[in-house]
Write a protein that binds this ligand. Structure first.
Ligand code: SF4
Length: 110
């Protein structure tokens, strides 16, 4: 499961300053070492890419389309991840947190 204290326990890096080829402008938390370690993506809506198994109930059910698929070839948990590319649109409904089968998502909505 994602560590909800990631903002205290991990270093923040703007996505554009990582080697990841993802078209978004959120921050990444923790070390990135492709393909095995991809970090936690996003801050208000945070997805631990190293936990995500790419099943997609968050992406399919988010009422405001916060998530988009990104390819992560060679990652041990799954070769695509739900990236919170539109995290600023989140309305804090907590649906994604509740339905993620591997508890990969933390939403700081309180
Ligand atoms: Fe979407 Fe709701 Fe999750 Fe926010 S909390 S990303 S609105 S499903």
């Amino acid at each position: 499961a994602i560590d909800p204290n990631f903002a205290e326990s991990r270093e923040r890096t703007p996505l554009a300053e990582t080697d990841l080829d993802i078209d978004a402008d959120y921050d990444v938390w923790g070390d990135v070492d492709e393909p095995d370690r991809l970090g936690i993506h996003g801050t208000h809506v945070a997805v631990d890419f190293d936990v995500c198994t790419g099943e997609g109930p968050c992406l399919e059910n988010c009422p405001v389309d916060v998530f988009e698929w990104v390819d992560t070839p060679g990652h041990p948990a799954s070769e695509e991840k739900a990236a919170p590319v539109n995290e600023a649109q989140c309305i804090d409904c907590m649906l994604c947190v509740d339905i993620c089968p591997v508890d990969a998502i933390d939403v700081d909505g309180s």
